[in-house]
Design a protein around this ligand. Sequence first.
Ligand code: SAM
Length: 173
Amino acid sequence: MNRDELHALADPAFEQYFLVSTSKLNLLFAAADIRPSDAVLEVGAGAGTVARNMPPCASLTVVELDTRLIDALRREVPHADVLQGDALQIAQELHYDVLIGNLPNVVTESLIDLLPQLSFRTAVLATGQHSDFSRLPPEFTVSEVTTITGDDFSPPQPSVSRIVRVARRVSSE
Ligand SMILES: C[S@@+](CC[C@H](N)C(=O)[O-])C[C@H]1O[C@@H](n2cnc3c(N)ncnc32)[C@H](O)[C@@H]1O
């Protein structure tokens, strides 16, 4: 789908801004450090602009709440397992190595609270400007990757988001 088609598909009520910037996608994927043996879960997959560019991995599962986008996701990312439902519920039910998410800010805040209970090595999340990751326990390292805004998305996102990497510290035992 091109920028115009993505724009036409987006529903502002769901905060649907689809990430299309190649340079920002590359930064996101570099931070995610996806290995060929990894199971990857993307939550809030939208129209599949992130998932269809995902580096090689053992399995890819994408979750999207909006039923209107499910056919587009199946078309755009035919090798992925496409699930319709709430990311906060499904992220607790699956096992994966890498978690990627660009959800509405209010949902991301709930996801951050859930992170200690989830099974992942690395998570890369788009968040609001003021998300506070200091509430995570010390087993996690948190680093800022880049910011995304405006024409990084179709339609252009009016606000600025941060892409943040959260990794579980590797035990020295
Ligand atoms: C900002 S868009 C990002 C789409 C895509 N990840 C990208 O970056 O292009 C956020 C997406 O999250 C979806 N969404 C909102 N709440 C959700 C939830 N609770 N569970 C799963 N998806 C949700 C929206 O429908 C929307 O498609």
